[in-house]
Design a binder for this molecule. Structure first.
Ligand SMILES: [Zn+2]
Length: 302
């Protein structure tokens, strides 16, 4: 039985980064009884910045599927990046919008059948958007619009319409946050994937939103499928794969408008990316789509 040890590295001087040395055996987990879960599971609004350090005793129930937390300052606020999964991962699942709870529930339901993956999720106040706080004000921003400077500026302008000018320290603080996230998310393998998991609301945003868009190379819509459930990919082979199994799928263009999304960032930086979009509340469909993505990965490992 390998022991489990979590050590802390301080990077940038603002970010506590957790390095995990974990058993890679993901099967037969009983993670709900793990004391580390209790230790590291975020409590709502309990977000004091600081470091997390824990050396766990050898214990049959403590393997890879424990939660760990990395804390980021957002001015005088902070937010948490909660991590669960396999250190030697082929694919990193990412939940940026905290209120899209069905996507996280779907992954966690089947996590033990997804070896070589990990899930990162942002936690702050349970909302879609995060809040950066200065001594004078609180600034809202969309965590899926921060992966470029123009995206950061635009999300701050859009979500804080009553603020005359956004202080430079806020833009710079959010840029440091996004740089840190990207350094953590970036796949170790050239062939590795980032997989974003999102929920949307009925017919508000769907695969049809992309038809004839200049931001995409191609769109495939199966008229028998709910248009709210679809994939966004950035390689032709992945587009062909989902089309071949009759799933709604969008092929993101490298020439797409830079909105600061993770999708555009990955496409412009040659990182293989899949976005799983599912209508809110449909955990069954989300599980099914995660499993379809995982089947695609298993084909690539052969
Ligand atoms: Zn989302």
């Amino acid at each position: 039985m390998k022991s489990l040890f979590i050590s802390i590295l301080i990077s940038f001087n603002l970010v506590s980064q957790i390095e995990l040395n974990l058993s890679s055996d993901l099967s037969n987990q009983n993670h709900s009884s793990s004391p580390l879960i209790e230790k590291f599971t975020p409590k709502s609004n309990d977000l004091s910045p600081g470091e997390v350090q824990k050396e766990a005793p050898e214990n049959q129930t403590l393997k890879a599927l424990v939660d760990s937390v990395i804390i980021f300052p957002l001015g005088t606020n902070s937010c948490k990046l909660t991590y669960k999964g396999d250190q030697n991962r082929f694919a990193t699942f990412i939940a940026l919008h905290e209120n899209e709870t069905a996507s996280v529930a779907a992954y966690l339901d089947i996590a033990s059948s997804l070896p070589n993956t990990a899930l990162f999720r942002l936690n702050q106040f349970g909302q879609r958007n995060l809040r950066y706080k200065t001594n004078d004000n609180t600034y809202h921003f969309d965590p899926n619009r921060i992966f470029s400077l123009v995206g950061i500026k635009n999300t701050l302008l859009k979500l804080n319409p009553n603020v005359k000018s956004i202080p430079l320290e806020v833009e710079e603080g959010i840029k440091r946050f996004s740089d840190s996230l990207l350094s953590i998310f970036r796949p170790e393998l050239d062939s590795g994937y980032l997989v974003a998991i999102h929920n949307n609301t009925n017919n508000n945003f769907s695969v049809r939103s992309y038809v004839n868009s200049k931001n995409v190379i191609a769109t495939y819509v199966n008229s028998n499928e709910d248009i709210d459930n679809f994939y966004i990919v950035n390689t032709l082979s992945d587009f062909e794969y989902f089309k071949s199994i009759n799933r709604n799928v969008v092929y993101q263009s490298e020439e797409g408008l830079d909105d600061g999304s993770l999708s555009i960032y990955c496409t412009k930086n040659n990182i293989r990316y899949i976005n799983i979009e599912v209508e809110m509340g449909n955990v069954n469909k989300h599980r099914e789509m995660i499993q379809e993505v995982y089947s695609l990965f298993k084909q690539k490992w052969k």
